[in-house]
Design a protein around this ligand. Structure first.
Ligand SMILES: [Zn+2]
Ligand SMILES: [Zn+2]
Length: 144
C-alpha cells in the first residue's frame, strides 16, 4: 500500500520582495575572468556603440582608451593604456623593454582590456580598487 504524499511541499519564500527595479550588483568575477564570452559581448557592444575603443597619438606616445558598457558588470570600463612607441625611430634608451609589442597588422591594434570601473563588486581582492575582474580583447584602429 502506497501512502500518498500528504502535500508537504512547503516552499520557503524568504521575504519575497517583488521589487526588481534595478538588477542585483554582480560579484567580482573570479571563475572565468578571461572567458571568451566577454570578448564576444564586447564585440557586440562595439558594433552597437555601447562600447568605444580608440587610440590617440601625441608626441609619439599612443594611448588606447576604451570606455562604455562593461560586458560583465555593465559599468563604465574606463580603461586606458599607454602603448609602446610605434614610430620608425629606434628606441635606444638603455633598459627599455617592450612590454607589449604593437603590430601594425591591417592597422588594427589588439588590446587586452581590463574592466576598471569604479563601482563596488563583492569579492574584489584586497589591493584592487576598481574593476569587476574580467578581461577581454578588442581590436582598435588608431586614428591616423
Ligand atoms: Zn563594475
Ligand atoms: Zn566590469
Amino acid at each position: 500500500m502506497v501512502s500518498a504524499d500528504p502535500g508537504s511541499g512547503g516552499q520557503a519564500n524568504p521575504a519575497g520582495s517583488a521589487g526588481s527595479a534595478s538588477p542585483p550588483p554582480v560579484a567580482y568575477q573570479t571563475d572565468a575572468p578571461n572567458a571568451y564570452r566577454w570578448t564576444e559581448v564586447a564585440y557586440d557592444y562595439l558594433l552597437n556603440g555601447k562600447l568605444t575603443a580608440s587610440i590617440r597619438s601625441a608626441s609619439g606616445i599612443s594611448t588606447a582608451t576604451v570606455t562604455g558598457t562593461c560586458p560583465y558588470c555593465t559599468d563604465d570600463v574606463k580603461f586606458s593604456q599607454v602603448l609602446d612607441v610605434v614610430t620608425g625611430e629606434a628606441m635606444t634608451t638603455l633598459g627599455w623593454r617592450r612590454t607589449e609589442s604593437v603590430q601594425a597588422d591591417d592597422d588594427y591594434v589588439p588590446l587586452t582590456v581590463s574592466c576598471a570601473c569604479t563601482e563596488a563588486h563583492a569579492g574584489r581582492p584586497d589591493g584592487v580598487k576598481y574593476g569587476c575582474g574580467i578581461n577581454f580583447r578588442v581590436e582598435v584602429q588608431p586614428e591616423a
